[in-house]
Write a protein that binds this ligand. Structure first.
Ligand code: M6R
Length: 605
């Protein structure tokens, strides 16, 4: 997954390309590059590492040109270095690419037989060489169509042509691509977010579409080269997106604004006057829902797992969860009375989007729970429930996870009520507790100082385990994922009851084991599992909402979160784990907002 930008203008474009690339860094930050066309020459500049490096290169040696393309890379084919950075240019064509060309090896062999030379290890370069070859006999548009026919995979491209100094061509197959409009300036971007600082007028390419941009005009073609029109969408404001205020990084801002995130989200769904939930227009009448399948990746999948406990607690509907990359290849039996719920912060995750497409092909009803309402997943689903978290910039998801859980809880509650599966007084009580959640989150954030002390226990650790039962199990998984992502320390999340079936072998003297044990129906069982760990020398870091149990000589460190409705405790228990990962990473001097090898939006399979 990479980020693409293209600008055609009547003024120099390199500065705007750089600022768009900075916005796109959430998609990849291994390397960056740009190519502009000036004095009828393609002028390419590339670097390994961040866009900041590219900016320094440009500062020393500016790139002229009123037309250009840029790219941030997250390596798939070939290590992240300057040679493999995009654009990939020949004498006459320059290409930026997001996605994967699955038959690139085959094409490469054919081209090499014809004597063509490759400079990089990327799959992208085959596109450059194929278009270059086609241009000998065709115009740019035909050359692109001819090339596209030879490519297999899921991708989006932006192309610049030396001998056609006014145009950029974009093409989409699988990976998203958007076009933005302005006065005497038009744009190509991996998503609307890349273009938001320059325009709020956007069109989206559909699969197979190709577009030609000049500074005054944009033309769209479908996969059969038939001219088509596109709807222009007006985007909403960014609401202070790129401002991290007094915080050290975006992640800490995003963690510490979670009480506001929760408040904004709850405000959108809970009717204050009627003590009711404002969710209507279900794609399937709730009483007819036969089964709910919750699908996501990474942290979003963990919110699905948490929600499974809520749907099971509050409703009689059968619930299943699946990881999108598994769901998309399973031999599923679709049913028109099943509701398929897709959870994704970005709304652009390739596996989740593909899983959604499969549901659409099977004509079943889909719902998406997203943060980015203009995203592909939101646009492609029958029903959208936004989490209203505001832009999340830190690659490690925090406030979006919280927002996803809140919306899923609200949805479970509403479905239960609509199916008359919850008593009215309990329904009202749950809504009241939900309204108390922002204040409880704020109170929970005060554990930071203790978490800082706890974080020191990880500095010399070989690894760590996170244990929980019931709805604390997905929270253990999420705690382990956060620690891995941010601090590069090995961490395993496990259902506490499973330890004796194998993972107990990992416990040795001093291994940090985080036990998540709210005072719920699993509490005593979790304590027994904890004893098994203590007996083998594990160092217990205990997170609970039960003060009494904190005082135990075998517990190295204890943390307490406030008490609220049992159902909502996973939300509060998440916060110390986010803070823990954050502080371990800080102590280890890791890059908090952009952990190594990751990207915010995973737009490749
Ligand atoms: O944008 P999405 O919610 O679809 O992203 C899914 C995962 O890639 C994402 O949650 C990932 O696991 C995060 N880096 C976790 O912090």
């Amino acid at each position: 997954m990479c980020g693409i930008i293209g600008i055609v203008s009547n003024k120099p474009v390199s500065i705007n390309i750089i600022s768009s690339l900075k916005r796109l860094e959430y998609r990849g930050y291994d390397s960056a590059g740009l190519a502009t066309l000036s004095k009828n020459e393609i002028n390419e500049k590339k670097c390994s590492g961040r866009v900041e490096e590219l900016e320094k290169i440009l500062f020393k040696s500016p790139s002229d040109g009123n037309i250009g393309i840029g790219h941030v890379r997250w390596a798939t084919h070939g290590i992240p270095n300057v040679t493999n950075a995009h654009p990939h240019s020949s004498e006459i064509v320059s290409v930026v690419h997001n996605g994967i060309i699955e038959n690139s090896d085959e094409i490469k062999k054919d081209l090499e037989k014809k004597g063509k030379k490759f400079k990089s290890q990327t799959d992208t370069e085959v596109i450059t060489l194929l278009i270059t070859e086609a241009l000998a006999n065709h115009n740019p548009l035909d050359s692109v169509f001819k090339t596209l026919k030879k490519l297999k995979g899921s991708f989006a491209v932006g192309i610049l042509f030396k001998n056609h100094k006014d145009i950029i061509i974009g093409a989409r197959r699988g990976s998203p691509l958007a076009v933005g409009y302005s006065n005497k300036e038009n744009y190509l971007g991996s998503d609307s977010y890349a273009l938001k600082s320059m325009t709020n007028k956007i069109s989206y390419l559909d699969d197979g579409d190709v577009c030609i941009l000049t500074k005054d005009n944009v033309e769209f073609y479908d996969s059969n080269k038939k001219k088509i029109n596109k709807k222009v969408h007006l985007l909403s404001d960014d609401k202070g997106i790129s401002d991290k205020g007094d915080y050290k990084n975006f992640m800490s801002k995003e963690i510490f604004e979670q009480h506001v995130t929760a408040k904004n989200c709850i405000k959108e769904y809970v009717d204050n006057l009627k003590e009711d939930i404002n969710i209507f227009n279900f794609p399937i009448k709730p009483s007819n829902i036969n089964k709910i399948t919750l699908i996501g990746c990474g942290t979003a999948y963990h919110s699905c797992l948490t929600a499974k406990y809520w749907f099971e607690e509050l409703t009689k509907v059968d619930v299943e969860t699946d990881i999108a990359s598994e769901f998309r290849y399973r031999n599923l039996k679709f049913n028109e009375n099943n509701l398929y719920i897709f959870v994704s912060q970005s709304g652009e995750t390739a596996d989740t989007a593909a899983a959604l497409d499969i549901c659409k092909k099977n004509k079943v009803k889909t719902c998406s729970i997203v943060n980015v309402v203009e995203s592909t997943i939101a646009r492609n689903s029958d029903w959208v429930l936004p989490i209203h978290a505001g832009p999340e910039i830190g690659v490690a998801s925090t406030k979006a996870f919280l927002g996803q859980m809140i919306v899923l809880f609200i949805l479970a509650l509403k479905i239960s009520k609509s199916r008359s599966e919850i008593a009215n007084d309990l329904y009202i009580k749950k809504i009241k507790n939900l309204k108390d959640l922002p204040a409880k989150i704020k109170e929970t954030l005060k554990v930071e100082h203790n978490v800082q002390l706890m974080a020191k226990e990880f500095l010399n650790a070989k690894g760590s385990m996170f244990l929980g039962r019931g709805s604390s199990y997905p929270i253990a998984l999420e705690g382990a994922l956060k620690l891995k992502e941010l601090s590069y320390l090995h961490a395993e999340g496990y259902p506490a009851g499973e330890m004796k079936h194998g993972p107990l072998a990992l416990i040795e003297e001093g291994l940090p084991v985080i036990v998540i044990a709210p005072k719920d129906k699993y509490f005593e069982k979790t304590l027994s599992n904890m004893q098994e760990v203590i007996a083998r020398g594990g160092k217990i870091l205990f997170i609970t909402n039960n003060l009494k149990e904190l005082i135990n000589e075998n517990i190295r460190f204890g943390l307490r979160v406030p008490v609220l409705d049992d159902s909502l405790s996973p939300i509060l228990l998440t916060i110390p784990l986010q803070l823990l990962a954050y502080h371990v990473a800080l102590l280890k001097n890791c890059d908090i907002d952009k952990p190594r090898n990751l990207a915010k939006s995973v737009t490749v399979e």
